[in-house]
Design a protein around this ligand. Structure first.
Ligand SMILES: [Zn+2]
Length: 174
């Protein structure tokens, strides 16, 4: 994990200081801790019978790996709004927020931060538009759980398999 070197407020070099049982960054000039938090992401598992829509990542980190359509939330954006927006940007598919089911959260480690995905699911019957990989997605297609397990090295994280299984079971129960 990349270190934080400088204070984002004043640019001074940060030191490490113990706080509440954690080693945190501290700015001696501002006399304040500089907190580092995980970054929220939101995305959608589109379920077609027993298959899950994945996209091939076009951006770093994990470029070329397959993941669920997802991306960073804007500063004031609600997770379900961000999930719908990212699905549209990366796959050209439209879905209404009210059709999304919250499945789980997925924590992933990136080189410089931890991201926490808010993962939603929707049946492909509730999705409109022609599937077309776009924006920072290089490709988009449906995968079975077996295919994901057999090719787990091609996935951004194995955690996506477990979340996809959950998504299928929840959507099938509807
Ligand atoms: Zn400072």
């Amino acid at each position: 994990m990349k270190e934080l070197n400088y204070c984002w407020r004043c640019g001074s070099e940060l030191v490490r200081r113990q706080d509440e049982g954690r080693r945190r960054y501290y700015c001696n000039t501002c006399e304040e801790f500089v907190y580092r938090n995980s970054v929220p992401v939101a995305g959608v598992f589109v379920i077609k019978r027993d298959k899950i829509l994945l996209i091939k990542r076009g951006g770093e980190p994990n470029k070329g790996k397959w993941s669920y359509p997802a991306g960073y939330l804007e500063y004031d954006e609600r997770p379900e709004t961000g999930a719908v927006r990212e699905l549209k940007e990366e796959t050209n598919l439209d879905v209404e927020e009210s059709k999304l089911e919250l499945i789980t959260t997925i924590q992933l480690e990136h080189p410089d931060k931890y991201v926490v995905g808010n993962a939603y699911a929707v049946s492909s019957e509730n999705v409109k538009g022609d599937l077309n990989a776009s924006d920072d997605a290089l490709d988009a297609r449906f995968w079975s759980i077996k295919e994901m397990k057999d090719n787990s090295g091609k996935l951004e994280s194995k955690k996506i398999i477990e979340a996809a299984q959950k998504a299928i079971s929840i959507i099938e129960d509807d």
